[in-house]
Design a protein around this ligand. Structure first.
Ligand SMILES: [Cu+2]
Length: 390
């Protein structure tokens, strides 16, 4: 009797260590060993590369999962975001009359550059600089931590169990909006390209104003920019640069997370043999699904920085790129591919410019007169940046 009980206990222990513990517990899905191995190699390589350009083991910022921060760190981060929301915009009002605050400085340049920086060769580099500038801007508001990331894989089966979406922090879904425009599914069109690109958007569970959390009464102004195909662009405000004060909305779509933002897919992305494979998997398996999960403001291709979760979402995108680069820093830090525009489609402002591949020397626009090259945005512990992911 005793020995069979012991065997049962051992068998159940073994089952737990082999199978991922099912998802619904509060600590989420455990990180699998193959992911940890890739992460370990990244950490060892990036730590060994410290010591140049003033980026040392003492000065390096450590970016952590939001779920691993303590409440004091979370409070400090949210306070700094709200502080930026209370500071006046620095954007030229003739460019974006609807820009209100320092967060809009970021949303404005993201709108302005959208057709150049998505599904293109500058995607990874531009967004790395973009979120680093947010990390810096938060320091103007007294925050001295690093940008946290939203570790989607840990809660891919029960994403709203992540503390990111807790009523104490970023809040959860928008209230249910029964209209098709609010709720979906619907198709949207992307302005500014010579081709008529139509993208399907899922039917989520909300669509209205977020009802809880630290941003429940938060007002956003720029956008939305994605257009329903039936919409006339009669307002003369094709990109949503004019003031449109409204609540922050979400339309949470579980199928964008469950079975998609998984440890298996994260591991597959980091295991990509080359940059073309990496970028393709990153966009199709992860980036689009992470935005698709949020819905509404956080999914608008142009104005998604309106949802403060954007910066945690993109810190995770940046982390997966960092882990890929960190497998072989010498060969991968500056690996690049992709067109100069969205899928290589000409812009309507330059319809005669044929698709061309981006190069490391291409100049990007990050706003405020800052125009770095693609190369400038690729290193993690040089060119003005100094951070690692934990
Ligand atoms: Cu973006």
């Amino acid at each position: 009797m005793r020995s069979s009980t012991l065997i049962c206990a051992l068998a159940s222990l073994a089952a737990h260590s082999v199978l991922a513990v099912p998802f619904s517990n509060s600590s989420g899905i455990p990180k699998p060993a193959d992911f940890s191995k890739l992460e370990g190699k990244y950490r060892a390589n990036i730590r060994a590369a410290l010591g140049t350009e003033g980026c040392t083991a003492e000065t390096v910022r450590v970016r952590k999962s939001w779920d691993n921060l303590n409440n004091a760190e979370r409070t400090a981060y949210i306070s700094a975001v709200k502080c930026l929301a209370a500071k006046p915009t620095t954007v030229d009002k003739s460019l974006a009359p609807g820009a209100v605050n320092r967060l809009d400085d970021f949303t404005y340049i993201h709108i302005n550059q959208t057709n150049l920086i998505h599904l293109s060769g500058s995607f990874l580099s531009w967004h790395r600089i973009f979120i680093y500038r947010m990390e810096e801007a938060l320091r103007d508001c007294g925050y001295n931590g690093a940008l946290p990331y939203w570790d989607q894989a840990r809660f891919s089966s029960t994403p709203l169990k992540s503390t990111v979406f807790s009523p104490a922090w970023f809040g959860g879904d928008g209230v249910y909006d029964p209209s098709t425009e609010g709720h979906g599914p619907y198709n949207i069109q992307i302005p500014g390209l010579v081709a008529n690109i139509t993208i399907p958007r899922p039917a989520g569970h909300g669509g209205g104003c977020i009802a809880d959390g630290q941003f429940a009464n938060f007002s956003v102004s720029l956008g939305p920019t994605e257009q329903l195909p039936s919409a006339e662009v009669a307002s003369g405000d094709k990109y949503g640069y004019h003031a449109n004060p409204r609540c922050l909305k979400r339309n949470i779509d579980l199928p964008s997370s469950v079975g998609k933002l998984t440890w298996a897919n994260a591991t597959l992305i980091i295991s990509s043999p080359d940059i073309a494979t990496f970028r393709n998997r990153m966009d199709n398996l992860w980036h689009q699904n992470a935005h698709g999960f949020l819905g509404k403001d956080g999914m608008d291709l142009f104005t998604s920085p309106n949802d403060p979760v954007f910066y945690l979402l993109h810190a995770q995108i940046d982390r997966l790129w960092a882990l890929w680069q960190g497998q072989d820093l010498a060969a991968r830090t500056f690996a690049t591919d992709g067109y100069r525009t969205f899928e290589g489609i000409p812009l309507d402002t330059a319809p005669g410019v044929p698709p061309a591949n981006a190069t490391l020397e291409d100049v990007m626009d990050l706003g405020g007169g800052y125009r770095p090259t693609i190369r400038d945005g690729m290193a993690m512990t040089a060119d003005g940046r100094c951070y690692v992911y934990e």
